[in-house]
Design a protein around this ligand. Sequence first.
Ligand code: AMP
Length: 213
Amino acid sequence: MNLILLGPPGAGKGTQAKRLAGMGLPQISTGDILRAAIREGTELGKKAKPLMEAGQLVPDDLVVGIVEHRLRAPDCSRGFVLDGFPRTIPQADALSVALASSGRKIDRVISLEVPDQEIVDRMAGRRSCPSDGSVFHVLQSPPKKEGVCDVCGTPLIQRSDDEPQTVQKRLTAYGQQTAPLKEYYEKEGILYRVNGLASTDQVFADILKLIGP
Ligand code: AMP
């Protein structure tokens, strides 16, 4: 099963992708890969950093290169979950070309539907682990010990791009550049909408129903 999780920042794509990864579908998160490149100080990271901090998208050729490379890894041969990619129509076009070259295609695109105001509230309370990428929310899913990652004990941070002004810019970028992908995949007949306001467990159950045997 080759899946795309679509939705605005903070819709829960990463949370759901991690749960699917636990069932053996590798998570491909371009945001996580870019943040790792920034931490490691690579050329890619240097190009991506100012754009990410400003709430803007990284150029298509950079992210397409990352994903093409990742999709060639052996663990993707039995399926994968794309989280945060594609975010533009040219990225979606490049993805189908890359998959077709190895006889593959996207099976389902799951759109997590969450209104803008809810996104702003969620992002204000979101705290992330800079070491392993775990995500918490100060009210909705607090860590066991305040301010510390449950998994690895690293102090949690608020990502600079989760600050309110940047969130607004990311939502604008989503509306202008990414939301048109819903129509793109609807035309292909593979778009499925899930209510992203439901609990994490309910959203996961809804996704499983859509990808079930
Ligand atoms: P995310 O963690 O998916 O919300 O991504 C964080 C940031 O990384 C985004 O706001 C973009 O600046 C950048 N980014 C991640 N994925 C992409 C993509 N597919 N295309 C362009 N920029 C991306």
